[in-house]
Ligand binder design. Structure first.
Ligand SMILES: Nc1ncnc2c1ncn2[C@@H]1O[C@H](COP(=O)(O)OP(=O)(O)OP(=O)(O)O)[C@@H](O)[C@H]1O
Ligand SMILES: [Mg+2]
Length: 401
């Protein structure tokens, strides 16, 4: 029988055995079942469950080739994912799955099964806007981001982490798909909805003022090693139920500007609202709940970052109020900008969201996409002007009016 002392891509039967022989989560004679539950494009995710008492483990294995396209991708991403999940578990207890084992040879991370939590994107689409969402996700953001910066960490430890979390191939995906191609389709990968080609050309491909702002956000993403980011914090990486929330899948983690994570959360919440506005305009209650959630997420994140700052930053130079306020303002400005780039890339780019693709009627889809693109542009261009969350939601209201 094959051992687990050199890498191979595991089958469900291999993972079942792995959970006994390597993880020791099950007794050798215990009846278990193993299912591949991954629905993503990149890795293989398995659940092994005891048929005796139901206890379970998740094994996420990376392969050299992408699960969907077969393109090669650096397997170091799995090491980064296991390491950041452990760090986030210390900084934001209970808000990520607990990592039980990391296996460098097999490129496999084994962790707590969080199947009682549901994909936030799907929950929002089914009108479940959990009242604790803004509170929980803002805690995750403030607790995981600020303490990983130079304001809090020892400078040498921070540089060691920057080195460890350098993630060039996955950053390259973001630099291309999020921060280049929606404005300059040089790889021909954008997917435009029929009827919106001229709109996209005029508003995204041929606006030098927008290009100047996106160029600045792009370089900032690449050069501002401010905080350890999740790097892919879209609504499908957030799992939720009445009790709480868990953030998954941080394989795009790297040291970058924290507004990128905050902006991804905010940007993704707008998709839920946009979808309802064009497909279920009478669903006023749920739209209003999403709107409140967006504004609260923004305001609570700023509030909690400030509280963290006051509690954890000790160097007197950094404690000067004028510096602190400018620092927090710049994070929020970045957040609005990256919310804008996320909204635009998920609308016209190669990797869309279900809230957009599920709308097949051109009478709804065309104006919905235009509203989203306009919102994205406004958030990018006006990113330094938003003081409170309500101003972002007002910007979308004006576009919808
Ligand atoms: N700890 C866990 N507990 C329960 N389910 C999980 C867990 N981790 C992952 N899953 C399930 O597997 C799916 C895929 O996981 P994940 O997003 O981590 O994989 P991926 O291959 O990196 O995906 P992507 O293509 O989005 O990057 C999740 O959407 C979720 O349904
Ligand atoms: Mg992933």
């Amino acid at each position: 029988m094959t051992g687990f002392d050199s890498y191979f891509l595991m089958s469900t039967e291999d993972v079942r055995r792995y959970a006994v022989e390597v993880l020791h989560r099950f007794a050798p004679e215990e009846p278990t079942e193993c299912t591949e539950i991954g629905d993503g494009n990149i890795n293989y995710v398995f659940r092994v469950r005891s048929l005796r008492d139901g206890h379970s483990v998740i094994v996420k294995q990376a392969d050299r080739l992408l699960r969907s396209s077969g393109r090669p991708l650096d397997m170091y991403r799995n090491k980064i994912e296991a390491a950041i999940l452990k760090l986030e578990g210390e900084l934001a207890p209970g808000l990520v799955p607990e990592v039980w084992h990391y296996d460098e040879t097999m490129s496999a991370t084994s962790m707590e099964d969080i199947s009682d939590y549901k994909n936030l994107r799907k929950e929002l689409s089914e009108n479940r806007v959990y009242p604790h969402l803004a509170e929980s996700i803002s805690t995750f953001l403030a607790n995981t981001l600020l303490p990983t910066t130079d304001l809090v960490l020892d400078a040498e430890e921070k540089k060691r982490r920057v080195k460890f979390f350098t993630n060039p191939e996955l950053c390259r995906i973001t630099e291309d798909l999020v921060l280049t191609e929606p404005y300059c389709d040089y790889k021909g990968r954008n997917i435009l909805f029929a009827g919106n080609e001229d709109f996209v050309r005029e508003h995204l491909y041929e606006d030098p003022a927008l290009h100047a702002e996106v160029a600045s956000l792009r370089l900032h993403f690449m050069n501002n090693a401010q905080a350890l980011l999740h790097g892919d914090l879209h609504a499908g990486s957030i799992f939720i139920n009445e009790k709480g929330l868990k953030v998954l899948d941080p394989e795009f983690a790297f040291y970058g500007p924290m507004g990128y994570d905050i902006g991804n959360v905010i940007g993704n919440l707008f998709f839920a609202w946009a979808n309802k506005a064009f497909t279920a305009p009478d669903a006023e209650e749920v739209m209003s709940a999403i709107e409140t959630c967006i504004a609260d997420t923004w305001d609570l994140t700023r509030e909690k970052l400030e509280a963290k700052y006051d509690a954890c930053v000790t160097l007197p130079l950094y404690r000067v109020p004028a510096f602190k306020n400018a620092y927090l303002d710049s994070i929020l400005a970045d957040s609005a900008g990256y919310a804008g780039t996320e909204i635009i890339r998920r609308t016209v780019g190669d990797s869309k969201v279900m809230e957009v693709t599920s709308v097949s009627d051109p009478k709804q889809r065309i104006p919905m996409e235009r509203a989203l693109v306009k919102l994205g542009i406004a958030l990018i261009k006006n990113r330094r002007s938003y003081r409170v969350g309500h101003e972002l939601t007002e910007a979308f209201r004006l576009i919808l009016a």
